[in-house]
Design a protein around this ligand. Structure first.
Ligand SMILES: Cc1cc2nc3c(=O)[nH]c(=O)nc-3n(C[C@H](O)[C@H](O)[C@H](O)COP(=O)(O)O)c2cc1C
Length: 366
């Protein structure tokens, strides 16, 4: 029987060894508020590559200081940050995996206290405490957070330029694929959504206006990176509230992304509307991915509580997605990919030779 999860996938000139990828997950582990990766990041991302992932996507990495979710986020607005990523990409490559990075601007959800190590995780960080004034499409605040300043045209141009510069540095750091963060209520998603984008200029109103920032960034980044390098976008395909950015609008946006040279969309949801009724449970976002894949022919990855090897295999075998991303299950068990490979076909090839003695029994039994 074919094991779809373990089959390689080629996007442009990049061939990834399997279809089990690790999604971006913020570590809030930057010291000195300088956006520079630390030994934690090296260990963390290397462990997923060692543990059998095909591609490891580095966490939301801010393109400008103002675009950080918290002061502890990774950044890519200067060369020191680029240089600190090189050992990570080298390690990931040496372990047979591809290294991706998610480039991000947190918009009106920036300048918050990190998820751990502070008294009020997720709360707005005052300027006096090292925070900064946030920006968004409009001056409307996300629930409980400080109100942002609406970006003017020059501010929007600067955001586009910052994504381009960060993408260029990512390429220099040895990154294999770039993902633009268009999900979870951060800046690009804020522009896409009629709930947060109240503009009356050419960046607001109808969907074409709300999608303009995303498409400008996609075009500019596509021009910057090598033609053989895949460009991905992560979207929240539903906000799970009436009147929000929904699957119908997402379908149109994904069709546009395809025309603009995007190679794959990762299908997530939520993050922009307080009180949304998100039907959290095993595979809860997979049907959104399947819908987009079938309606647009865009390759997609599915993510969200895909925690078991046969569940992941089923998503691919039934044509719901081209790639499965496994996040928290990989945090719980950084060898998740090795265990999935053994469970699905008893294949020990992916086990690093240094560790094979530990797997002899499983390999004999298979
Ligand atoms: C610790 C943590 C950090 C996360 N940081 C990011 C991030 O940087 N960018 C992003 O798009 N999603 C982020 N997410 C969401 C994950 O990428 C993923 O979509 C989510 O955890 C659902 O997948 P899972 O059920 O396999 O964990 C994060 C999730 C976790 C648990």
């Amino acid at each position: 029987m074919t094991q779809h999860l373990l089959e390689p996938l080629t996007l442009r000139e990049l061939t990834v060894r399997n279809r089990l990828w690790v999604p971006p997950m913020c570590q809030y582990s930057v010291a000195a508020q300088d956006g520079v990766a630390t030994p934690w990041h090296l260990m963390h991302y290397g462990s997923f590559a060692r543990g059998g992932a095909g591609a490891v996507i580095l966490e939301a990495t801010a393109v400008v200081p103002q675009g950080r979710i918290s002061p502890q986020d990774l950044g890519l607005w200067d060369d020191a940050q680029r240089d600190a990523l090189r050992p990570i990409t080298e390690l990931v490559h040496s372990l047979g995996a591809a290294a991706g990075i998610q480039l991000a601007h947190a918009g009106r959800k920036a300048s918050t206290e990190p998820e751990w190590g502070t008294a009020r995780p997720g709360a707005s960080l005052a300027e006096a405490d090292g925070g900064w004034r946030t920006v968004g499409p409009s001056a409307s605040a996300y629930a409980g957070l400080a109100a942002p300043e609406a970006l003017d045209e020059a501010g929007i141009d600067a955001v586009v330029d910052a994504f381009v510069a960060a993408a260029g540095r990512a390429v220099e750091a040895g990154i294999d694929l770039i993902e633009i963060h268009g999900a979870h209520g951060y800046l690009i998603h804020e522009f896409l959504s009629p709930l947060s984008n109240l503009r009356s200029d050419s960046y607001g109103g109808e969907l074409a206006g709300r999608a303009r920032l995303l498409l400008r960034i996609v075009d500019a980044v596509r021009d910057e990176i090598p033609s053989g390098m895949p460009l991905l976008v992560r979207l929240s395909a539903s906000e799970w509230v009436d009147g929000g950015f929904d699957l119908g609008e997402a379908t149109q946006v994904v069709s546009w992304l395809r025309e603009h040279g995007v190679d794959m969309v990762d299908v997530s949801s939520g993050g922009n509307a307080e009180g949304a009724a998100i039907p959290v449970g095993p595979g809860y976002q997979t049907s959104l991915a399947a819908h987009l894949r079938h309606r647009t022919d865009m390759p997609v990855s599915a993510v969200g509580m895909i925690d078991e090897p046969f569940q992941a295999e089923h998503v691919l075998a039934t044509g719901q997605a081209d790639v499965v991303r496994v996040g928290r299950a990989f945090l719980r068990d950084p060898s998740w990919g090795l265990h999935a490979a053994l469970a699905l076909r008893g294949d020990g090839d992916i086990v690093p030779p240094q560790y094979r003695r530990a797997y002899r029994q499983q390999l004999r039994r298979s």
